[in-house]
Design a protein around this ligand. Structure first.
Ligand SMILES: N[C@@H](CCC(=O)N[C@@H](CS)C(=O)NCC(=O)O)C(=O)O
Length: 283
């Protein structure tokens, strides 16, 4: 990206500890890629992450209402600072690399909308995803094979039945919540379409902010964007998903806000190339 970057130098690549397909992680990848920050990603499967993130975060992690104190994304910077939670990481990156005039968080409204997406939209789309994909083990294993190394993929397969139960109960996923959630997801997409109705290119006017990235990731993930469409991890292909996930994803893709979010991926992310699978818990 162009403009007055106030810090163009980093001492060494950042480390991103991630659940690679997570839409909260995509917010951070998007920001780092946009700022051209070099980083190495350490992709983990859910639950396996409990064995790794404590070693990265030490005592710095904290729980919020969407995640535990060991959640991902976590970054370790070139200066060995450890930063947790997607929005805090984005804010750090913005403050470190962008001038005041370019910040991703220019107003309190942007902060609040990003926070709203973190609290409500992200969990709704995540529940919709898991309730469907966890019922299609083949698809889940493909997701695993393409997003983590062989050791973790094997572990996930072997323990799949227990992992499935823990993920569903840990995230409070019930049929009733998912049914309600689908309505909420559509409402959020409608609100975005309304906001963009006056022809503005971004949610807050002429320039991209954290809120745009947040919506495109936390809402947009429900459209299951592919790496070719700009998503930085492998998600299951829409046409092989359950009826419900395919239906919702297709409806969102056909909506004005969905088309806009996909156009943001095209413009901002381009075709992604997902790095080769690392070995067990590496790099
Ligand atoms: N508010 C957190 C939410 C992050 C989050 O929910 N991450 C999920 C991945 S989708 C996770 O790592 N969950 C495991 C956990 O909470 O231990 C953020 O913005 O980073």
């Amino acid at each position: 990206m162009s403009g007055a970057r106030i810090n163009a130098y980093v001492e060494k690549p950042f480390r991103l500890t991630s659940i690679r397909f997570s839409h909260y992680v995509e917010k951070v990848r998007w920001t780092m890629d946009r700022l051209a920050i070099p980083y190495l990603e350490r992709p983990l499967m859910p639950l396996v992450h409990f064995a790794v993130t404590p070693f990265v975060t030490g005592l710095s992690g904290h729980a919020d209402d969407q995640s535990t104190r060991f959640s991902t994304p976590v970054i370790k910077t070139d200066r060995n600072e450890v930063i947790v939670k997607s929005s805090a990481i984005m804010r750090y990156l913005s403050e470190r690399c962008l001038s005041k005039g370019e910040t991703l968080f220019p107003t309190e409204e942007v902060v609040q909308l990003d926070d709203h997406y973190n609290r409500y939209l992200g969990p709704h789309t995540r529940r919709l995803f898991y309730i469907n994909v966890l019922d299609q083990p083949d698809l889940m294993f493909e997701l695993t094979d393409r997003n983590v190394g062989v050791g973790q993929a094997w572990l996930f397969r072997v323990l799949f039945r227990s992992f499935r139960k823990w993920i569903l109960s840990g995230l409070g996923i019930t049929r009733e919540r998912v049914d309600k959630g689908i309505g909420h997801i559509h409402k959020e997409f409608d609100r975005v379409a309304q906001r963009l109705g006056d022809g503005r290119p971004y949610l807050f006017g002429d320039r991209l902010t954290a809120a745009d990235i947040s919506f495109a990731c936390l809402g947009g993930a429900a459209m299951l964007p592919t790496p070719e469409e700009g998503y930085g991890a492998y998600l299951p292909p829409v046409d092989r998903c359950s009826d419900e996930l395919r239906r919702v994803s297709t409806e969102l893709r056909d909506s004005d806000a969905g088309k806009w979010a996909l156009s943001l991926y095209r413009a901002e992310r381009g075709k992604r190339v997902i790095p080769a699978l690392p070995g067990l818990l590496r790099p």
